[in-house]
Design a protein around this ligand. Sequence first.
Ligand SMILES: [Zn+2]
Length: 412
Amino acid sequence: MILRARIVITMDGPPIDNGAVALSGNKVVDVGKFDEIKMRNGGEIVDVGEQALLPGLINAHCHLDYTCLRGEIPAQKSFTDWIRAINAKKAKLSSKDYLTSIDEGFAEAKRFGTTTIANLTAFPDLIPQIEAPIRTWWFAELIDVRAPEHENEIVDRALESLQPAHNSGLAPHALFTASADLYRRCQEIAPQRNILLTTHLAESYEEMEMFHDASGPLYEFMKNIGRPMEDCGNETPLERFLDLIGSGRLPNRPRAIEVNRPYLPWIVAHLNELAESDFELLERSKRQFHIVNCPRSHDYFKHSHFPFERLRSLGFNICLGTDSLASNEDLSLFAEMRAFQRREPAISPEEIVKMVTLNPAMALHQEKMIGRIRPGFCADLVAVQCSEHDKPFEQIVGFDGSIDWIMVNGKM
Ligand SMILES: [Zn+2]
C-alpha cells in the first residue's frame, strides 16, 4: 500500500512536500516524494489529501485508570489535599468502573492521534481483560506504605499480572509511598527481565519539604498513616532517589540491549522541585534517566517552574505526557505541546514535536521501531490538517481537534 499526503513529516529529515509512504503489512518499507515512491513500489494508493502525515504520537506518562475522574477534583490548596481528594473518589470505584475508565481513555487517546502510551495502572490484575487499541507499555504502580516488609510479594504479584502484556514495566509510585526496599527490588529486577521502570519524583513543593526539612502537610499526612519517617530531614527527593538506585553504579545490562547504547531503565515523571545542590549532583554524577514533563497537570497543581533548559543542557532526554484526567482535562498531546510552548516560547515547534515522537521512543527503548517514519519502522501514523505548508511544525503544535485519520500497526 502507498499512502500519499500533501506533506510527510518523517522526524528523520526535512519535511517532504507531496510525499508518500510505502507499507508492507505493519511496517514502513519506503518513504520519499510521491512520484519516486510510486515508481519503486506497487499496491493500492490511498491519498490522505491536504494533510501532514507524521509518526503517531507517544504519551510518556498517563494513568488511564482515572479517565472517569475528569472534572471531579477541583484544584486544591495543597498537593496533599489533592491526594486526600483522589483517595476519597477512588474508594467509591469498582473494578468495572476502572475497566470502563481504561477503555474510554484508550479511545480518547487514539482520537487525539496517540498510537503509543506509557500507562501506569494500580490494577495490573485487570490487564488480561483489556484489549488495548494502541501500542501500550503497562507499568504496574506499586505502593507498599500500608504493607511494609511485603515489597517482594507486591513486586512478584505485579510481575505475574504483567506477564500477558508484551511491553511492561514496574512503577514504584513515589518516594513517599514506596519503600527503599521496593525501589531497590525494582532496580534489581529490571535488567533481569529486560523491563522498564518509572516513578513520580520531586513533583511538588510538599514532597521537597517532607524529604529535605521533615515538615509540611505531606510529611504530617504520611506520618499519620504510619509511614516510617527516618528518611526525612536530610536529602532532597532527587538525592534520595539517586541513593536508592545506587548513584554512579549502573545496573547490569540485559543481554538483549546493545553494548554501545547506555542502559537507562528509569523514566522519571515531573522533577519540578530541584535544589541548586541537585543540579550540581546531576552534573557530578553524570547519572542519566529519561524525564517526562506533564505541562497541563503541572499548571493544574501550580507547581514550581519545570527546569527544562537546565535539564536539557545536562543532556537529559525530555518527553511530554498527559498524566491522568484527575489533574487534566483531556488526553490530547497536541494540547500538551501548546501548554509547553506557552511556558517555553523560545523552543522551536520542531523540538516540541520531538518530545512526543523521537524522545519518548527513546525512553521506551524503541527508537528503532517507533517515533519516526523510516523503512523498517512500525506503521504507526497520523494525519493532521496542514494548510500552511511552509510551517508544518507550527501547524502540528497548533492542531486543535480530533484526528480523522490514524494508523496503528498498519491498520487504518
Ligand atoms: Zn502520574
